[in-house]
Design a protein around this ligand. Structure first.
Ligand SMILES: [Zn+2]
Ligand SMILES: [Zn+2]
Length: 279
């Protein structure tokens, strides 16, 4: 039996989250997970550079309560998803300072003019150009070093799939993608397999197998898996498919974190995860 973990999810401490930390934990246990990281958004914008809605104290209090309540049944890690920290360094550094996070995800949701990746006019830009544009955002993100993994490496796939009529792959800018992945590895950072794409229009994980395989080929070892659930019913969804993908890409381990340090979990050789076994 694989030790199942879900390292990306949002509770009501995210403005777009729907269920409490308690509900997320209960569902994690129900779905057979052994460990989760709750990664609520710290999402600064040009209008709110310090992101005032982020209730770090409330989050901590509820996680502490949940750890007590679910002791022996579920390991719960303190996480955060930092939106565009390279653009809002001051607020981002403040939120991380003196707080005992186990795991920090970094995301390029927005660009410097304030637009979200969902607001880009994909009709007016080619797949090659949008991939190169997004990879350059990731290069900037990598210059801000205080994170553990890059979230949903090809996020633009989520928003462009219905417009292009197919899924883009960052691999269409192979050299630039390789540079980004090499830099990620050299800096001791990792990437995640985000399974929310399976539930949304791309119908595949972010990133997909070709990018995960390239990351492995280049020497990448730090690989987490997360559902990016924004409601309890999605906790743990797609995790088994993601483990299969990781294995098919050549990985023998997936990664968990404690106090910002990676811990490798061996993928069992059990071949039980057939496509029909979705949660
Ligand atoms: Zn995100
Ligand atoms: Zn997220």
């Amino acid at each position: 039996m694989n030790y199942l973990v879900d390292y990306h999810m949002h509770s009501t401490y995210s403005t777009d989250g729907n269920d409490s930390i308690h509900e997320m934990c209960k569902m994690a246990i129900k779905n057979g997970l052994k460990e989760i990281a709750i990664t609520d958004h710290f999402e600064p914008t040009t209008e709110d550079k310090l992101y005032l809605p982020y209730d770090q104290k409330g989050y901590w209090a509820d996680i502490t309560k949940a750890k007590q309540q679910f002791k022996g049944k579920l390991k719960i890690k303190l996480g955060v998803e930092m939106g565009q920290p390279h653009l809002f360094q001051q607020g981002s550094e403040t939120v991380l300072k003196d707080f005992p996070y186990d795991y920090v995800l970094a995301s390029a949701h927005k660009i410097s003019d304030g637009r979200d990746m969902s607001e880009i006019d994909y009709r007016s830009i080619s797949i090659e150009d949008v991939c190169s544009f997004y990879l350059k955002q990731l290069e900037m993100l990598l210059e801000w070093e205080d994170f553990d993994c890059i979230a949903h490496l090809d996020l633009i796939k989520r928003y462009s799939a219905s417009i292009y009529g197919r899924n883009l792959s960052l691999n269409c800018q192979h050299e630039l993608l390789s540079e980004v992945l090499k830099k990620t590895i050299a800096k001791g950072k990792g990437i995640e397999i985000n399974t929310s794409g399976l539930r949304q229009s791309p119908k595949e994980t972010m990133p997909g197998l070709d990018v995960i395989s390239l990351y492995h080929k280049l020497g990448g070892e730090i690989l987490t898996i997360g559902s990016d659930a924004h409601r309890a019913e999605d906790v743990g969804k797609g995790i088994k498919e993601a483990i299969n993908l990781a294995r098919n890409a050549g990985f023998r381990y997936i990664t968990a974190f404690s106090e910002r340090k990676p811990e490798q979990i061996r993928i069992s050789d059990e071949r039980a995860f057939s496509a029909g076994q979705r949660y």
